[in-house]
Write a protein that binds this ligand. Structure first.
Ligand code: RP5
Length: 167
């Protein structure tokens, strides 16, 4: 898989640089927790524009259902990918050394009408993975059931902490 594509993957997890991986890894972990097959690759809007377009245009035909795209700084990757695929794209603003990730967030979130990107919080890669699981769960009852169980677990965790606090 020299180009990062993976047969059978439902989610394409891409990022503008390998330096984004420490942030984006949390999305991979969430997908793995839900048993979702995914592929990982570096696809840069600015350094490999043709590769980005090829990836976006081919993804649906290869069976990818959701794309998670993370980038930092002038983070054009999620929006550009969304412009070249009919698939849902989840954008992850990766925080860099300067501007606390606000540059990444604003580059991703403020899309023109007609080209949506579902933007998560700065560094919110785990939520990107969970959102991809919810999207896939809409047409996969077993996966949706696992999401409901996960949510029940979150609720129980809060209740347990509340009880511990009052002990
Ligand atoms: C962006 O530029 C990447 O997504 C990354 O967040 C940032 C810096 O990339 P490197 O210079 O670390 O490769 O396109």
């Amino acid at each position: 898989m020299s180009d990062g594509t993976q047969t059978g993957a439902q989610v394409g997890l891409i990022m503008g640089s390998d330096s984004d991986w420490p942030t984006m890894e949390a999305a991979a972990e969430a997908l793995a927790e839900f048993g979702i097959r995914f592929e990982v690759g570096v696809v840069s809007a600015h350094r490999t524009p043709q590769r980005m377009l090829d990836y976006a245009r081919d993804a649906a035909g290869r069976g990818i259902k959701v794309i998670i795209a993370g980038a930092g700084g002038a983070a054009h990757l999620p929006g550009m990918v969304a412009s070249a695929t009919p698939l849902p794209v989840i954008g992850v603003p990766v925080p860099l050394k300067y501007l606390d990730g606000m540059d990444s967030l604003l580059s991703i979130v403020q899309m023109p009408a007609g080209v949506p990107v579902a933007t998560v919080s700065i560094g919110g890669a785990r939520n990107a993975g969970l959102l991809a699981a919810r999207i896939l769960g809409a047409s996969d009852p077993a996966l949706q059931q696992r999401m409901s169980a996960f949510q029940a677990g979150l609720e129980q965790m809060v209740l347990d902490k509340d009880e511990a606090l009052r002990r």
